[in-house]
Design a protein around this ligand. Structure first.
Ligand code: TNX
Length: 529
């Protein structure tokens, strides 16, 4: 009897404790490396809480204070001070570079120690999630965290549709909240040149505007909207966005497309083409035969002059030179291209592209930068120093990593967030095609098929946002979220992704999206495939 009553007591206390225990489960996305949450005790963060700043960590403190002011809808941001009690942030070289440790206890208050400023920033992002999803209550406990991949990227195409400085900043906010650290900014393409280049004002005077835009999927009969469309960023605006991103520990990698996807530049400066014919800024989607001439010295001079200004604007070590989808029809008929091939001892046009890319890479290296390009840069014979962005599946990336090149994995079948998210496509508007639901991304292992030796060359993972059918940032957000969370789990928490916990964690994380006012797709939460 005594024994039975003891069991009953244990069972009863378990039942009583259950809601308490489950209420103390913290749902953080991406999953931290280690979390130990105490059964009792908590600190409540309010707009009056002070951020105690050690090691001159003013920037992460101010970013956090501003985010919290918005959440609390407070009159003033939280106070930052060198002394006092509250949320204390400091550095320690024993913590991994982008990692952090967070201790929450009666003695320490909330203490975040980062391996770098960025690490502190990520610790504060975790804290922000906890505060927002847990009514300001931060339970006693300990979290230790660090990223799986050094390169955690998202791309944004601003050529097919243009997004304002404010829109791009919003996109950066969303990336940073998911602990991403690279924005690949696709600034030029056939349908519009979007970056002011002082040496060639025509690029934006003429190349930033197209006569109209294709409506529908380009099947016959084709329809256009009849509306001129355009936009570009001044260099001052670019500097502003770069600085904004840097404050959120996001490096912007600019992309200047060459030698294909360049019809907007050809419209502005027809001498860049093989036959120097007038062409329009393109009003369709796909791959155009109009490409830069790879035979004339003036093309190389142009590319170097453009890149000189790009390097001045973007501190990123990696500079993206495109390199994808370049038909060689014009080159085959061009006396300059053929002469260049002869002079360089090249047998076919793919090698001519290889020559152009290698020459541009040399220029970048001479200027202290490194080159990254889409995986077609492998086709013409790649240098050992180029970084390869694997988009046509995984094979190119695996091949490149095995031969010793650094690789960013971004296969079209898993990472193209401009693809549909449901089978029925209901409520998704007209999109380019494809089908990539949240679960499909989540199940992906970016190391699949890569030998142990080559794994170190997979420097990261990126998702892409091509904007042919995305006219507003609100639509972009709906395509991005919540799938970016699945991406972030791979990028930040690859080896600790947890299929069991992701759904409850996402259900909590959704409150964070609501609080931030970001548009997100409902399908995953509704259980729609
Ligand atoms: C392929 S990915 C492209 C883009 C398109 C995209 C549409 C790549 C290097 N090229 O030009 O916008 O597909 O999803």
């Amino acid at each position: 009897m005594k024994y039975l009553s003891r069991i009953a007591l244990v069972v009863l206390s378990l039942i009583l404790a259950l809601p308490v225990l489950s209420a103390r489960e913290l749902h953080v996305v991406p999953q931290p490396a280690y979390m130990d949450i105490a059964a009792e005790g908590e600190i409540v963060v309010t707009p009056k809480t002070t951020i105690v700043v050690v090691d001159e960590l003013w920037n992460p403190a101010e970013q956090f204070a501003a985010d919290m002011q918005e959440y609390f809808d407070a009159e003033k941001p939280m106070r930052t001070s060198k002394r006092g009690k509250g949320i204390k942030i400091r550095l320690d070289k024993f913590v991994p570079a982008e990692g952090y440790e967070m201790t929450v206890s009666e003695e320490e208050g909330i203490l975040i120690i980062g391996g770098s400023e960025a690490g502190v920033y990520y610790g504060l992002q975790t804290l922000r999630q906890i505060i927002i999803t847990n009514d300001g209550k931060v339970p006693y406990g300990f979290i230790a965290d660090e990223p799986a991949f050094a390169y955690r990227g998202a791309h944004l195409d601003v050529s097919r549709h243009f997004f304002s400085v404010e829109d791009v900043k919003r996109y950066i906010d969303i990336l940073a909240a998911h602990k991403l650290n690279r924005l690949h900014w696709h600034l030029t393409d056939d349908q519009g040149w979007r970056i002011e280049i002082k040496a060639y004002p025509e690029l934006t005077e003429k190349g930033a505007m197209r006569k109209e835009t294709l409506i529908g999927h380009g099947l016959e009969p084709k329809w256009w909207d009849g509306e001129p469309y355009g936009g570009y960023y001044t260099q001052e605006e670019i500097r502003d966005v770069v600085a904004y991103a840097a404050k959120r520990y996001v490096t912007i990698i600019p992309e200047i497309e060459m030698p294909g996807h360049s019809q907007a530049a050809l419209h502005a400066l027809p001498w860049l083409g093989c036959n120097e014919q007038e062409v329009d800024v393109w009003t369709m989607w796909g791959v155009t035969p109009e490409v830069l001439c790879a035979g004339k010295e003036t093309t190389y001079e142009f590319l170097e002059n453009v890149l000189k200004e790009v390097i001045e604007l973007f501190p990123s070590e990696l500079i993206h030179i495109g390199g994808d989808e370049c038909p060689k029809d014009r080159w085959k008929e061009c006396e300059h291209c053929q002469a260049m091939m002869k002079a360089q001892g090249l047998e076919h046009e793919e090698q001519l592209q290889g020559y152009l890319v290698a020459r541009i890479e040399k220029f970048l290296i001479a200027n202290g930068r490194r080159m990254i390009g889409w995986d077609e840069i492998l086709d013409g014979g790649v240098t050992d120093t180029a970084t390869v962005m694997s988009w046509r599946g995984l094979k190119a990336g695996i091949y490149a990593a095995e031969r010793g090149n650094d690789v960013v994995m971004t296969p079209m079948t898993l990472c193209y967030l401009n693809f549909y998210q449901t089978k029925s496509q209901e409520g998704e508007g007209l999109q380019i095609g494809g089908y990539i639901p949240f679960e499909m991304i989540y199940a992906w292992d970016p190391y699949e098929g890569v030998s142990d030796d080559a794994k170190k060359h997979i420097i990261g993972v990126q998702c892409n946002m091509w904007s042919e059918y995305l006219k507003t940032m609100s639509w972009v957000e709906k395509m991005l979220l919540p799938r970016l969370a699945a991406m972030a789990e791979i990028q930040w928490a690859n080896e600790r992704r947890d299929a069991e916990s992701i759904r409850p964690r996402m259900n909590t994380f959704r409150k964070f999206y609501d609080a931030c006012g970001w548009n997100y797709a409902p399908y995953y939460f509704e259980g729609r495939e």
